[in-house]
Ligand binder design. Structure first.
Ligand code: PEP
Ligand code: MN
Length: 334
């Protein structure tokens, strides 16, 4: 249930409603909106009796929340969430483009790619320092050294950096360096990681599990918001299907569904969906046309030499073409 406060409700009235909700054994979560505050009632085992609260001073309306996810739902917060990363506003205004290699391999590799993608249209730089790899024999990432390189990329180019956190042990370290913390597909239901992300001071980019339903994905995001971190960006990266022509199948329909169900921004990662460079530009165009707030794309200056995901990484020139095309499409639908 969501208690909608009057536009003129005072802080004392809001505090009194919170106290009344908590006195019933529920938790109360005030959610500041553009015009008025709403108070979410959480931890109720069954239906909540609206009449308990409707008579309190300052309470204007009580709206039942029908979805299993509460804080992430549009019922709870009708207006779009805009995630602020430095000067960038993700989820409103302009299309956000995140680009960089799959993994940070060396300082010169990261700086070379960062300078190119910045020049060609990227707003944030991505690169893994801790890499979740299917094989223990594959390159696992540079770890802390990779994070230090990311910090140098930020200093040199001014671009905020996105990097993945894989486990609780390295969470503090990653949080220290990242501007946006990525949680990968394999960890979407790692509940202890999600709880820790809920206490993080940085925005979280939550990728969809490769076999997760949209409800499961939104419930995973709910863990992060419930923990107190409201800055979550969802990222569709393709789901497992029976096809062999691509690594995964990009679920474009997730975009309108998520935008209807949730106020959180949603971006698309066409690189991991496709697994092959030749599909990345067409899928990016479609992603923007279907309403994604942004893209996250793998780019490498020498993909043949890449230590991971070279075959899906775009050449810088292709990335430039991608930016040009998706920005035009975005303008059409704005
Ligand atoms: C990545 O972004 O490099 C990555 C490992 O992605 P995913 O978790 O979607 O496989
Ligand atoms: Mn990758």
């Amino acid at each position: 249930m969501l208690l909608v406060m009057d536009q003129k409700a005072t802080p004392e009235e809001i505090a009194a409603v919170v106290a009344a909700v908590e006195a019933r054994g529920y938790s109360a979560r005030p959610i500041p909106g553009g015009e008025r505050v709403a108070i979410g009632i959480l931890n109720n085992k069954g239906p909540v009796d609206a009449l308990l609260f409707l008579g309190l001073p300052g309470v204007r309306d009580a709206i039942p929340v029908t979805r299993p996810y509460k804080l992430v739902s549009r019922e709870f917060k009708p207006e779009d969430t805009v995630v602020q990363v430095g000067d960038l506003s993700i989820g409103s205004g302009a299309l956000t483009i995140i680009a960089g290699p799959c993994a940070i391999e060396s300082e010169s590799q990261a700086l070379t790619i960062a300078e190119q993608v910045k020049r060609k249209g990227a707003h944030l730089f991505r690169g893994g320092a801790f890499k979740p790899r299917t094989s223990p024999y594959s390159f696992q990432g540079l770890g802390e050294e990779g994070l230090k390189i990311l910090a140098r990329v930020r200093e040199t180019t001014g671009m905020p950096v996105v990097t993945e956190v894989m486990d609780l042990e390295t969470f503090d370290l990653v949080e220290q360096y990242a501007d946006v913390i990525q949680i990968g597909t394999r960890n979407m239901q790692n509940f202890s990681l999600l709880k820790r992300a809920g206490r993080a001071q940085k925005p979280v980019l939550l990728k969809r599990g490769m076999a997760a339903t949209i409800d499961e994905w939104l419930m995973a995001a709910e863990y992060i918001l419930e923990g107190g971190n409201l800055n979550v960006i969802l990222c569709e990266r393709g789901v497992r299907t029976f096809v062999h022509h691509s690594r995964n199948t990009l679920d474009l329909s997730a975009v309108p569904v998520v935008r209807k169900e949730s106020h959180l921004p949603i971006i698309i990662d066409p690189s991991h969906a496709a697994g092959r460079r030749d599909q990345v530009i067409p899928l990016s165009r479609a992603s923007v046309a279907v309403g994604a707030h942004g893209l996250m794309v793998e780019v490498h200056h020498a993909p043949d030499m890449a230590l991971s995901d070279g075959s899906q990484s775009l050449y810088p020139d292709q990335f430039e073409r991608l930016c040009r095309q998706v920005n035009s499409i975005y303008e059409v639908f704005k």
